[in-house]
Design a protein around this ligand. Structure first.
Ligand code: NG1
Length: 415
């Protein structure tokens, strides 16, 4: 046993990945694959509607130390004893384990790679992670990307970054969540010092510099957003509500000759009708709660483009105001916030943040708040004193509260 210090300074008691590797598999790992988590700055619950989002990769990451195997077997252990070791044979129809099992996030990329190319080499490896689980920071995708990248390298499958990200997005649906493609794309394509505007169908990414004096604070409610369990149902339900809303508004558009042909998805609908006419048509045909879901999707897409502009022009208060509007829309129209998320958002704003919002899927997890290099300490102190202290969570500050650093995407290195 030793004190393991990951490269980002999160200190954990327990065996190091190399200790676990040698005791479990003998010898030493040959490579390390790493994939970062992400914080979404704005554009929530719209990636699965093929509308653009604006996240950045963060310094918290999943690391997988591994050694290739000549057979098609994958054996993976985790330094965290909460997660049992996993072993399976690579194949296009490897069945998933029970819902919520972390092994599904290891099988997912293996199955998807096996469906696309005849991969035959496996690996043995050990996972460690500094991305808090079920927090809206995309820990599941970081795990999936790290294993997927390792298997791609081991099998000499070479893909352009966005093609690989799309493959990983398709892979994640194996776990039962009908997610969008934001997390896989930013975890693959993140760039130091940059956020990225990501657009879909086809997947593409435009990096935008994060001004040097902007600080994005991430604060965890302490409530896990278990998307692999109950929150998955709520998430998938939102997605099907969006599909139903789109179908009704598109039909209305056709009937009233507002669109020449049936729109193929949200981007098409908005291109043909414009946001205002789309919301007006929705108001005529959609029942609650579909109307409010639709209003969130359309208004959030507009906010992403305005926010990308604010970022490019270093319009700090403009960006903050859009974050506030996004939270309001997620709380009232999309109904994915919680009392704890709302509390944290209020505390951050009252403490001097330019704007704050829930980030990720919601139902618990984290908020993101925008501060400047001058106000960041005051905002951090307000959150520590008013949220964590009264809840007896002050000893968990290191895990729950941090300033996100715009970081690089996934990579593999020889050890
Ligand atoms: P998180 O917060 O990691 O559960 C999920 C989806 C994203 C996106 C956001 C909401 C997955 C892997 N991730 O993220 O695609 O839809 O919710 O904006 O499904």
């Amino acid at each position: 046993m030793a004190e393991a210090r990951d490269p980002k300074g999160v200190t954990r008691e327990g065996p190091t990945p190399s200790d676990v590797f040698s005791s479990r598999f003998g010898g030493a790992a040959t490579h390390v694959a790493r994939a970062p988590g992400r914080v979404n700055l704005i554009g929530e619950h719209i990636d699965y509607n093929d509308l653009p989002v604006l996240p950045m990769a963060i310094q918290r990451e999943v690391r997988l130390v591994y050694r290739p195997r000549e057979d098609g077997v994958v054996r993976v252990a985790n330094v965290d004893p909460e997660f049992d070791p996993v072993e399976f044979e690579i194949g296009p129809s490897t069945p998933p384990g029970p819902a919520g099992n972390w092994g599904n996030y290891l099988k997912a990329p293996a199955v998807e790679l096996a469906r696309r190319s005849a991969i035959s080499r496996g690996m043995e490896g050990v996972v460690s992670s500094s991305v808090p689980v079920a927090s809206g920071l995309s820990s599941s995708t970081a795990l999936l990307n790290a294993l997927g990248l390792a298997l791609a390298v081991v099998n000499e499958v070479s893909l352009a970054p966005m093609d690989f990200a799309q493959l990983m997005a398709d892979a994640e649906r194996y776990t039962g969540t009908r997610g969008g493609g934001m997390d896989q794309a930013i975890s693959v394509g993140g760039r130091v010092g940059h956020a990225a505007r990501i657009a879909f169908a086809p997947l593409r990414m435009r990096h935008i510099v994060v001004p040097g004096d902007w600080r994005f604070i991430v604060a965890h409610t302490g409530v896990r957003a278990e998307k692999s369990r109950h929150a998955r149902e709520a998430y998938n339900q939102r997605r099907s509500e969006c599909e139903r809303a789109l179908a009704s508004v598109a039909e209305r558009g056709l009937q009233s000759h507002l669109v020449p042909t049936a729109p193929q998805g949200y981007p098409d609908l908005l291109r043909m009708m414009g946001s205002q006419a789309a919301i007006a048509a929705a108001t005529e045909v959609l029942p609650a709660p579909l109307l409010s879901r639709f209003r969130h999707v359309v208004s959030e897409a507009a906010r992403v483009d305005q926010a990308a502009d604010c970022l490019s022009r270093t319009d700090f208060s403009g960006f903050g105001a859009l974050m506030d509007d996004s939270h309001c829309s997620l709380r009232t129209d999309y109904e994915v916030s919680s009392e704890e998320l709302d509390d944290l958002v209020d505390i951050a704003r009252d403490g001097g943040a330019a704007g704050a919002r829930l980030t990720g899927a919601g139902f618990g997890g984290c908020i993101v708040a925008l501060a400047s290099s001058d106000t960041v300490d005051a905002v951090l102190a307000a959150i520590a004193e008013q949220y964590y202290q009264p809840r007896g969570m002050s000893d968990r500050l290191g895990d729950c509260l941090f300033v996100a650093a715009p970081s690089a995407g996934a990579s593999v290195d020889a050890l």
